[in-house]
Structure formats: structure tokens, C-alpha cells
Write a protein that binds this ligand. Structure first.
Ligand code: PLP
Length: 488
């Protein structure tokens, strides 16, 4: 065996080959022996045994896998997911500061239900409820009450349940039947249809007539009656981003009470608007300033800027939340009141919500929401110049978003084709029909969130224009682009 080629030359070497072992002296490069035991930790992850065979996907693998290899396996699979920042269909947080990630990691063991073990996390939740109640002008002379949830869906269920219980109590006190509760809404997010079905309430979703995009005061008389547990007004309608006129709806319900005697409360589904209006639409009257608004929900993980898994619901007063819905948990230590559909749930998002409140303050939230809104309005103005488009919502007066439709359905492409085409560049833009009775109108909606900068919006606009040019030059025969979008 010749090892000489490994040695630097010329070198001052003493070569002692007495028994076959080699000894070197002088200024030479060290030669390391390979220890087979160390192999896996030295090797590149993609050259380890673990990366050479595949693991079963739908059964528990028989054996163990080295953590580094298992991690790489999972992480690599997730590469095939979309890039969330380019997802312009979602309202949800897709960008957070590093400090949020750090707090989330540090809070990985905090269980929100365990308020006795983690009293400080519970205190942070309590402070958030106060901050939000204040944002929404809760009457300080009354005992306002609220809690965190996993999102607006759970918050909506709790709001709806409180309505149902209060209505039943009123009916029973008046000696009337309680068989047929109904809830009156405009075009609502699916969580209200879930509430209605899961909790056995009839949903009266007022259809859109003419060019309407939301519930109108004049609709109410036709749809409300003595069995109406409440009216839902949406601040930031899912399909377009517009606000429903809460104040005008409340006035009409006042008139209905005067004329017909039904005292019908309002719940505002402010999933996105709840963290926008207080900062950039200060003159809009929509919250607890209106006496008829009994409860409001919002998604902390949308424009509240918290990571996913955070919602809020607040009742204007303790009397609006029936005591029967509150459970007292004593087997975790302490005796804690809870109103929730879940039991265990992570505390990190609530901690991160509080971090954002401290970190940004009024000025920071205002700056962030204003930047989003300015970008949406700029994009709306640019899209309005595209001759195939007609704006449905141009970003003014509602949430930072735009929605548009085709001026002419026979212009050579559909919005579904366009969604597919820009997907090639990684953009996810939703196309879908409006709800009843405007289901023949297909719209495309773009949401501008924290982290979607003007620069990014410009890149998107360029790609949209290029995609339109391409589709006009290369029409898609027998286009198979199909609706397949779910609102989130
Ligand atoms: C997003 C949204 C919901 C559902 O909220 P989650 O936080 O995703 O559960 C409900 N209502 C409206 C108006 C929404 O925009």
C-alpha cells in the first residue's frame, strides 16, 4: 500500500515501517482513521441509510428513525406546500417577527385551559380581553366579559350559543314555545352555517339582490320574527371585503322593536374588521357604542397579527352571557370558569397576541393597517385600469382587499384560467361565485396583509398582466379550470 501520495512534498519525513504500521514525523498533514461508529453523524444527511429507503406513509413505521433524518423527511415534504406569503386568498397571518417565533417555541408546553398551573398565561389572556374590549368601546360602567378561542369560528359558535340561550329564557319567561329558533344574516362565512346546523338553529341567509354585497337594513323586516335569536352583521364580508352597515342595521332593529315588539340583538362578526376599523376607520360606528351590539368576535390570527390559532369573543355585559354556559373546572387545581368548545389548547398564540399589543401599540397597529389599506387601494386603482376587469370592491371603506370580475364573460378567458396561470408564479388568488342570488357573478379577491408590501403587490400586478396577455394570445380550449376554493 502506497501512502506517499497523501504526503506533502517535499517534506521532512522520517519513515519508520518496521511492522507494517506507518509513522510520520515532521510537518505533515494528519491522517484520520474513519471510525464506523461515527459515520452517521459525520455524513451528509442525504447519504445516510435513513435517506436510502422510504418509510410507510399511512402506517406507523416499525422502527425508529434518526431525528435529523426524520426532520429532513418531513421538512422536505412540506416544500411542496405553497409559499404562504404569496397566498393572497387568506386573511390569516403569514409573517411574524422572530420574537414571535421565539415566544411560540418557549410557550410550547403552555396549556391555555390550565389556568392554575399557568396563571401568568391566564393573566396575559385577561389583559388581551381588556385591551380588545377597550378597542371596541365596551361600556366601562358595565361588567364586560370575554375570552380567547381558537379562531373566529369557535368565537362565533359561542356568540351564537349565548344568543340561543338568552332567547330561550326570554321565551320561557313569556310562556312561549322554544322549538324554532332562527338567526338572520347576510352572506356569512361558513362558521355561521356550521353554528346553525350543529346547534339546531335555522339560518336565514338573506340573498343578495341587484348589486348588493351584504345585508341591508330594509331586508330585516322580511326575515326577522319572534323566533329570531339574533342578527349577524359582518365587518369584512368574506366574499368581497366590504363592511355591512352595523349602525343602520341596529336602527332598523330599533324600529322593528318599536313596531312589532321583537327585541333582537346583534352579533358583529368582525373576524378581520375588528382589528382594522379601530385603527384606520375611527369614525365608523359599528361596535359596543351601539347598544344593540351584544357581542363581537375577531380573529387574532388575521389582522390581529397573532400566529394561527387565536380568536376572541367579547360580550358587552355579563348579563349577555348566560351563566348556564359556563363550566367550572376544578380537577386541574383551582376552580376556573370556562366557556369554550375545546378543553386543552395551546397558549403560545395568546402570548404572541399580547406581545404584538405591547410591541406595536396604537401607533404600530395603525401604521401596519394603514400600509395594508394603502397598498390595497393602490392595487385597486391599478387593476381598474385593466380593460377586462370591473372592480367589485376597490379597497375603500372595508378591509385591505380588492375584488373584481370580468367585464365580459366572453373575453377569451375565465377568472379560473387566470388563477391557474398566475399559480405558475406561485401566487394563490381565489376565484369563486358570489353567494345567493348572485351566483352567476364570478369574482377574484386579493387580500393585502401585513407582509404583503407595495413591492410584492407590484410584482403580482406585473404577473397578472403577463398572464392576461398570455391567455389572450393562447386561449384555453375546453378550459378545465374549476372552482375549488375554500375561504379561510
Ligand atoms: C375568517 C372568518 C371567519 C372564520 O374565522 P377563523 O378564525 O378562520 O375560524 C368567520 N367570519 C369571517 C367574516 C371571517 O372572515
Amino acid at each position: 500500500m502506497c501512502l506517499r501520495t497523501y504526503l506533502p512534498r517535499p517534506s521532512k519525513i522520517t519513515y519508520l515501517a518496521s511492522n507494517g504500521d506507518l509513522y510520520f514525523k515532521g510537518n505533515i498533514m494528519p491522517i484520520h482513521r474513519v471510525n464506523p461508529e461515527n459515520q452517521s453523524s459525520l455524513q451528509d444527511i442525504y447519504a445516510t441509510d435513513a435517506s436510502q429507503h422510504s418509510l410507510p406513509k399511512y402506517r406507523l413505521p416499525k422502527g425508529r428513525t434518526e431525528p435529523r433524518a426524520a426532520y429532513a423527511l418531513v421538512r422536505d415534504e412540506l416544500m411542496l406546500d405553497g409559499n404562504s406569503r404569496q397566498n393572497l386568498a387568506t386573511f390569516c397571518t403569514t409573517w411574524v417577527e422572530d420574537e414571535v417565533k421565539q415566544l411560540m417555541t418557549e410557550a410550547v408546553d403552555k396549556n391555555m385551559i390550565d389556568k392554575d398551573e399557568y396563571p401568568q398565561t391566564a393573566e396575559i389572556e385577561n389583559r388581551c380581553v381588556h385591551i380588545i374590549a377597550d378597542l371596541w368601546h365596551a361600556d366601562k360602567s358595565r361588567e364586560t366579559i370575554g375570552c380567547s378561542t381558537t379562531g373566529s369560528s369557535e368565537a362565533a359558535m359561542l356568540g351564537g350559543l349565548a344568543f340561543k340561550w338568552q332567547w330561550r329564557k326570554r321565551r320561557e319567561a313569556a310562556g312561549k314555545d322554544t322549538f324554532k329558533p332562527n338567526i338572520v344574516t347576510g352572506p356569512v362565512q361558513i362558521c355561521w352555517q356550521k353554528f346553525a346546523r350543529y346547534f339546531d338553529v335555522e339560518i336565514r341567509e338573506v340573498p343578495l339582490e341587484g348589486d348588493a354585497l351584504g345585508l341591508k337594513p330594509q331586508d330585516l323586516r322580511k326575515y326577522c320574527d319572534e323566533n329570531t335569536i339574533g342578527v349577524v352583521a359582518t365587518l369584512g364580508v368574506t366574499f368581497t371585503g366590504v363592511y355591512e352597515p352595523v349602525e343602520a342595521l341596529a336602527k332598523e332593529l330599533d324600529a322593528i322593536q318599536r313596531d312589532l315588539g321583537f327585541d333582537i340583538p346583534i352579533h358583529v362578526d368582525a373576524a378581520s374588521g375588528g382589528f382594522i376599523a379601530p385603527f384606520i376607520q375611527k369614525d365608523l360606528v359599528w361596535d359596543f357604542k351601539i347598544k344593540r351590539v351584544r357581542s363581537i368576535n375577531a380573529s387574532g390570527h388575521k389582522y390581529g397579527l397573532a400566529p394561527l390559532g387565536c380568536g376572541w369573543v367579547i360580550w358587552s355585559s355579563k348579563e349577555d352571557l348566560p351563566e348556564e354556559l359556563i363550566f367550572y373546572v376544578d380537577y386541574l387545581g383551582g376552580n376556573m370558569p370556562t366557556f369554550a368548545l375545546n378543553f386543552s389548547r395551546p397558549g403560545g398564540e395568546i402570548i404572541a397576541q399580547y406581545y404584538n399589543f405591547l410591541r406595536l401599540g396604537w401607533d404600530g397597529y395603525t401604521a401596519v393597517q394603514k400600509a395594508c389599506s394603502d397598498t390595497a387601494q393602490w392595487l385597486g386603482a391599478e387593476l381598474a385600469k385593466i380593460k377586462q376587469f370591473e372592480m367589485v370592491y376597490d379597497g375603500h371603506g372595508g378591509i385591505p382587499a380588492v375584488a373584481y370580475k370580468l367585464k365580459d364573460e366572453n373575453c377569451g378567458f375565465t377568472l379560473y384560467d387566470l388563477s391557474e396561470r398566475v399559480r405558475m408564479r406561485g401566487w394563490l388568488i381565489a376565484s369563486y361565485p358570489l353567494p345567493l342570488n348572485r351566483q352567476t357573478t364570478v369574482v377574484q379577491r386579493i387580500l393585502i396583509r401585513h407582509g404583503v408590501s407595495r413591492d410584492l403587490a407590484q410584482l403580482l400586478l406585473d404577473d397578472l398582466k403577463r398572464a392576461i396577455d398570455h391567455l389572450l394570445e393562447n386561449p384555453v380550449p375546453n378550459s378545465t379550470a374549476k372552482p375549488g376554493f375554500h375561504h379561510a
